[in-house]
Design a protein around this ligand. Structure first.
Ligand code: 5AD
Length: 341
C-alpha cells in the first residue's frame, strides 16, 4: 500500500481501482496523511491562506435532503443581510488582515443582478480577492458577476454518483451542476468544487470517481467534508460523520492535484477537535474563518453544532493563529490565488 501511495504522489495520477483500494484499507492512513502533507509542502509551501467567510443569506429555493437550510426546513428562522451590511463585513475582514472574502448563501433569488453588482463592486473597491459561493446560475449571470470583478467561484458537485445526486437533490440535475462548473472555467474564474463524504448509499468507488472528476476538470480549489446529518432534514437518521474517510479523500485529492488550494473544512472541525489542524497537516493549505455576526452564523445552519458558529470573530481568528503557530506554519501575506502556486 505504501508503494502505491508513493507512486501516486510521484505521478499525480491514479486509477479508480487504486484510489478505492487506498480508501478501503486503514493500515496506511497516517502514512497517506504524511505524504499528502509533504506534497502540500513541496507544491504550495507552508503558508496558510485565511479566507474571510460571509454567510449572507440562509434563504434557499432548493430542497437538498442533507442540508439544514433547505427550503422545506420550516424550523429555521431566515435572514439575509443588506448590501451595506455585506460590504461592512468585507471591510471587517480587510481590517483583520484577510485578503480574500468568500460570499456564501443559499440560492436566494432576492439577490438580483443589481444588488450583486453593488456588492461585488463594493468589495472589489476594498482591494480584496472575491470568491462567490451562491449556487447554480446561468452562463450570463456568471459572466456578469465576473465582469463586475468576482475572481473565484465555489460550487461543489456534492457527488459524482448521478443517481445519488438526483435522489438527494430533488428537482435539480447533475448535468446542470456540471454545466455550471464548465461555464465558470470557460469564463475564467478560479473554479472550486468538492464533495461530501459519507452520504447514504455513497460507495468508495463513487468517492474515487469524485477525486478523478476533480482531476479531470481540473479544479483550482477543492473542498471536501464529511456529511453530518441534520435533525430537520429527511436524512436525520443517516449515519454520516466519516471524519477519517473524508480526510483520506482530501489527502488523495492533494496527491492528484498538488498545486490547487484545499481548505481544511469547517465540517471536519465540527466532527473532531482540532480536525482543521489535522487537515492542514494532511494536505490542506486554506481555512475559511467566519466574519459574520454570531446571531446570523447560528442561523446558517447547514448541519448541527457547526464549528465557529458561536463566539466573537476576533477570538476565532486569534485561536486559529495560535494553532498555526503551534504547528509551525505561517500565515500567507498574499491573496492566495491557486494560479500563483
Ligand atoms: N453535512 C455536511 N456538509 C453539508 N453541506 C450541506 N449540508 C451538509 C451537511 N448536512 C455542504 C454541501 C454544500 C456546502 C456549502 O455545505 O456540500 O455544498
Amino acid at each position: 500500500m505504501k508503494i502505491l501511495i508513493d507512486k501516486i504522489a510521484q505521478n499525480h495520477n491514479a486509477t479508480a481501482e487504486e484510489l478505492e483500494q487506498i480508501l478501503s484499507d486503514s493500515s496506511c492512513d497516517e502514512y497517506l496523511f504524511s505524504i499528502a502533507d509533504q506534497v502540500r509542502h513541496d507544491s504550495v509551501g507552508d503558508a496558510i491562506h485565511i479566507r474571510g467567510l460571509i454567510e449572507f443569506s440562509n434563504y434557499c429555493k432548493n430542497n437538498c435532503c442533507y442540508c439544514g437550510i433547505r427550503k422545506g426546513n420550516g424550523n429555521l428562522p431566515r435572514y439575509h443581510l443588506s448590501v451595506d451590511e455585506i460590504i461592512a463585513l468585507a471591510e471587517k475582514a480587510k481590517n483583520y488582515g484577510y485578503q480574500t472574502v468568500v460570499l456564501q448563501s443559499g440560492e436566494d433569488l432576492s439577490f438580483d443582478m443589481n444588488k450583486m453588482e453593488k456588492i461585488i463592486k463594493g468589495i472589489k473597491a476594498l482591494d480584496l480577492a472575491l470568491t462567490l459561493s451562491i449556487g447554480e446560475k446561468t452562463f450570463e449571470e456568471y459572466k456578469a458577476y465576473f465582469d463586475f470583478g468576482a475572481d473565484r467561484y465555489l460550487i461543489r458537485i456534492e457527488t459524482t454518483d448521478k443517481d445519488l445526486y438526483h435522489e438527494l437533490d430533488p428537482g435539480m440535475s447533475w448535468e446542470n451542476r456540471h454545466r455550471c462548473l464548465c461555464d465558470l472555467k470557460k469564463i475564467g474564474y478560479e473554479t472550486g468544487s468538492g464533495c461530501m463524504v459519507g452520504l447514504p448509499k455513497q460507495t468508495l468507488r463513487s468517492i474515487a470517481n469524485d477525486i478523478l472528476y476533480f482531476k479531470s476538470l481540473p479544479v483550482d480549489m477543492c473542498g471536501i467534508g464529511p456529511f453530518i446529518p441534520h435533525p430537520d432534514t429527511p436524512l436525520k437518521d443517516a449515519k454520516g460523520k466519516k471524519f477519517i474517510l473524508s480526510l483520506k479523500t482530501m489527502a488523495l485529492t492533494r496527491l492528484l492535484l498538488p498545486k490547487i488550494n484545499i481548505p481544511a473544512t469547517t465540517a471536519m472541525e465540527t466532527l473532531y477537535e482540532n480536525g482543521r489542524v489535522k487537515a492542514l497537516q494532511s494536505g490542506a493549505n486554506v481555512v475559511m474563518l467566519n466574519v459574520s455576526d454570531s446571531d446570523d452564523r447560528q442561523l446558517y445552519n447547514l448541519y448541527p453544532n457547526k464549528a465557529g458558529s458561536t463566539g466573537n470573530t476576533i477570538t476565532l481568528k486569534n485561536d486559529f493563529l495560535e494553532k498555526v503557530r503551534q504547528i509551525g506554519r505561517t500565515i500567507s501575506t498574499t491573496k492566495g490565488s491557486a494560479r500563483d502556486n
